[in-house]
Design a protein around this ligand. Structure first.
Ligand code: AMP
Length: 455
């Protein structure tokens, strides 16, 4: 018989849990006609159902290759459970057990027999199975929901934090204490810094944080240090209650805010010492908005110190900001920076809190930014590699719409500080333009693919 792939979930909450799980893997490794391909890390999880107060589980999963028939493979798993002390005849329903082995998938077999149902019928509801599975096969499509494993994990994590359980911390010190307590409980915090007036772009970052961490935490602070234009600061939309509602529905655990004086209590006279934002701050936004990236680096460093997240999430929409923050995180030694794709409105306009300041006709005009970027991508796809010609194309598209261009440039992302001269091997096009009184930015990887398209 040709070997097939079989996935097994492992769990233990009685005796030496790790030794039980590792012993079971070893026994399977030594079994005839079974080869272990990969084993997930072990996950500590709360027992679900069954008697209250039972110990926490250690869970994992593995992929094996086997020539055993499905029922024979199941029998092998059950025999191992008894060898490790499990007595199915005498145990309490969902009670503690030294070893639990469930067959999740056996190749693509679908079966609904009295002894064996495949794929495992409760697999898609069980975070304690899907989390380990996600470390090995995040893109695997689950047969019942049609969702990928990583998507289902994100959904279940969000559902577990029922909407409405958002904690609001009114000042940074309260947020620091809350984060410290969560970290002491072993939680990995995914952090999303924002200036509020949240939209689908921000919520995408929250969902990414939930998918990769135990909880998500968001800051909303319109940071005066990063505004070079006092009118822009004054008009920036502020809507904290609406933000809190959106975050609660998205499964976010904590939202905090504060004043400049609360974030920097040591600078009582109001003059906060700025951080050097590093080389990525030079040119483009850095040139047109003096002090902007120093303000960004200063607040991000303070936010990271307060939250101490495992990872922090930023949007590719602010491409140069991502470079500055990656440099900062490298210098601080934490956190991991995750860059998420730009969320766009139908028609291509990059989502931005500032879009709500656009009048309907201006919104129409603003679409020119993304149209220019996608036109440059189309030219790139046709083989255009000359930066000057790509920039001319951007300028022509923007000129047609009559927006006031501040820059429309093409850069090699790996030599971001330089204006490219020769033909490009990689290219990112970046635009800043004013539409009415609103300043908008957008950018695109010209060699990238449209969402949903294949290369
Ligand atoms: P802001 O509130 O504008 O400071 O943005 C907070 C975070 O959300 C930053 O990391 C932004 O890059 C990110 N962000 C803003 N707009 C979008 C978008 N349309 N898509 C993805 N991320 C975004």
């Amino acid at each position: 018989m040709k070997p097939v792939s079989a996935w097994v979930a492992l769990g233990s909450n009685l005796g030496d849990r790790r030794a039980n799980l590792e012993g079971a893997v070893e026994a399977l490794r030594n079994a005839d006609e079974v080869e272990i391909l990969r084993v997930s890390p072990w996950f500590e999880t709360r027992a679900e159902g069954g008697p209250s107060g039972q110990p926490d589980y250690l869970n994992g999963c593995l992929e094996a290759s086997t020539t055993l028939a499905p029922h024979t493979f199941l029998w092998l798993l059950q025999r191992l459970e008894s060898q490790f002390g499990r007595d199915r005849g005498r145990e309490v329903r969902n009670g503690p057990r030294p070893l639990d082995l469930d067959l999740l998938f056996y190749d693509e077999l679908e079966l609904a027999g009295p002894e064996l149902v495949l794929p495992h019928p409760r697999l898609e509801e069980r975070l304690f199975v899907l989390e380990p599975l996600c470390t090995l096969a995040p893109e695997l499509v689950l047969p019942r929901s049609g969702r990928r494993v990583r998507e289902r994990v994100a959904e279940l994590r969000a559902a577990r934090r029922a909407p409405g359980t958002l904690v609001r911390c009114a000042d940074p010190e309260a947020a620091r204490r809350w984060c410290e307590a969560r970290r002491a409980e072993g939680a990995r915090i995914g952090f999303v810094p924002t200036m509020g007036a949240l939209h689908e772009g921000h919520l995408g970052l929250v969902r990414a944080a939930l998918a990769e961490n135990d909880l998500a935490c968001v800051s909303v602070f319109v940071n005066p240090l990063q505004f070079d234009d006092p009118r822009d600061f004054a008009h920036y939309p502020r809507q904290l209650d609406r933000d809190a509602h959106l975050l609660a529905s998205a499964g976010c655990s904590m939202l905090f805010t504060g004043t400049l004086a609360e974030f920097f209590p040591e600078s009582a006279d109001g003059s906060v010492p700025r951080r050097d934002p590093g080389p990525a701050a030079e040119g483009l936004e850095g040139a047109l908005r003096p002090g902007h990236f120093a303000g960004v680096a200063t607040i991000c460093a303070r936010l990271f110190e307060l939250v101490r997240p495992a990872r922090a999430y930023f949007g590719e929409k602010d491409f140069q900001q991502c470079l500055v923050v990656q440099h900062l995180a490298g210098a601080l030694g934490f956190p991991g920076i995750v860059v998420c794709p730009t969320a766009r409105e139908e028609g291509g306009l990059a989502r931005s809190s500032r879009n709500q300041l656009l009048a309907p006709a201006e919104r129409e005009q603003a679409r020119a930014l993304s149209q220019a970027l996608f036109a440059a991508r189309a030219a790139w796809r046709e083989g255009e590699r000359d930066p000057a010609r790509l920039e001319a194309l951007l300028a022509a598209e923007l000129g047609r719409a009559g927006v006031a261009v501040e820059y429309a440039e093409v850069r090699d992302p790996e030599r971001f500080g330089e204006r490219p001269r020769g033909p490009l091997a990689r290219a990112r096009a970046l635009i800043a333009a004013r539409v009415g009184r609103v300043r908008l930015i957008d950018n695109l990887d010209l060699a990238g693919v449209e969402p949903g398209a294949t290369r």
